[in-house]
Design a protein around this ligand. Sequence first.
Ligand SMILES: [Zn+2]
Length: 146
Amino acid sequence: MGVDYYAYAIIGLRIPRDKIIGTVTKHKNLCKCDPQTEQMGEEKFCDKCGKLLDHTYKGDDPKFGVGMWEIQEKGLKGWPVVSDGDYGNYFYIGIRKAYYADYKPVGIRDTGLLVKLENKFKMDMEKLGLWDPDAYGLWSVLQVSC
Ligand SMILES: [Zn+2]
């Protein structure tokens, strides 16, 4: 167990986390006994195994059907995605992503290609409700994972 740091540069959007992965209150019954008995009080425990009958916790609520790590592996509509950490505040979605371990520079020398990519990217983000011209730019991201 430790802390890992990853550095990225990304041309694209900085999106608040809750627009990609929200949080939702979930309930889970930790007891596997059957049948269960009803009990009074705030927290209800099984009288056989002692486990909570209604465990309430905060869980992820993926807005695009994929979780925190899957979206970073696969991207969104083919565009690369990174977050600023396990409990970070932002996701970054872009037309190009540079990662220190790729060992190669990432750039676009053809400005015509850059304009085409930006237009396609903007259209895709508008369809997803994520386009925000004020959030578009070149971002350096330090991802902290623990
Ligand atoms: Zn039980």
